[in-house]
Design a protein around this ligand. Structure first.
Ligand SMILES: Nc1ncnc2c1ncn2[C@@H]1O[C@H](COP(=O)(O)OP(=O)(O)O)[C@@H](O)[C@H]1O
Ligand SMILES: O=C(O)C1=C[C@@H](OP(=O)(O)O)[C@@H](O)[C@H](O)C1
Ligand SMILES: [Mg+2]
Length: 179
């Protein structure tokens, strides 16, 4: 692969799940910025938000994404807010093909509602919070190089196959064929 593929988009869009499957198919390294932050801090994302706050988390997220972009070319899944920070976005824009995993709000909600792992959704009205974040963020997510629809009824395997085809179309030089 000639440059990183970076997945962006809302919580529940499938950045982590689909990114991992895409990397497996491409036989390139997979990195998830949230997992890297958790490993470096030896704390969960929720613990980092609770102890140090969102601003601290965003600064760490920028540092981790810079480190991942400097590493071996692969698939990088970001956390949903990473692309909203101008500095982080500029880093990604300079070194990667960015893909917005767009997703129907009801599908997002169905995927995140049972999970207590996302501190931004620990509100009195988590669905309302999710919809508000989506409305705020969608115009910025739309700046990605490529938009891909993460469909509710597709399996992760089917989505990965469709994403691979979309990547080949978007950049015919991205994936080097090996014999
Ligand atoms: N087609 C699909 N694409 C992506 N995720 C899917 C799909 N179908 C079901 N899922 C599930 O939806 C959830 C998506 O969450 P995750 O990958 O953590 O999203 P994100 O990292 O964008 O927040 C996972 O539990 C995954 O197994
Ligand atoms: O949208 C966001 O601001 C966040 C998304 C999460 O990652 P996922 O998008 O992988 O759930 C995680 O980084 C953190 O809870 C904040
Ligand atoms: Mg994720």
């Amino acid at each position: 692969m000639t440059r990183h593929v970076v997945l962006i988009g809302m919580m529940g869009a499938g950045k982590t799940a689909l990114g991992s499957e895409l990397a497996r198919r491409l036989r390139v390294p997979f990195r998830d910025s949230d997992a890297e932050i958790e490993a470096a801090a030896a704390m969960t994302i929720s613990e980092i938000f609770a102890r140090d706050g969102e601003a601290f988390f965003r600064a760490r997220e920028e540092q981790v994404i810079a480190r991942l972009l400097a590493g071996p070319v692969g698939v990088i899944s970001t956390g949903g807010g990473a692309w909203m920070r101008a500095e982080t976005r500029a880093l990604i824009e300079g070194r990667a093909l960015s893909v917005w995993l767009n997703c129907d709000p009801e599908v997002l909600w169905a995927r995140v509602r049972q999970r207590p792992t996302r501190p931004l959704l620990q509100t009195a009205d988590p669905k309302g919070t999710l919809l508000r974040l989506l409305a705020e963020r969608a115009p910025v997510y739309a700046k990605a190089d490529l938009e891909f629809l993460s469909r509710g009824h597709d399996s992760i395997e089917a989505s990965a196959g469709r994403l691979l085809a979309a990547l080949r179309r978007a950049d015919p030089d991205l994936i080097e064929e090996t014999s």
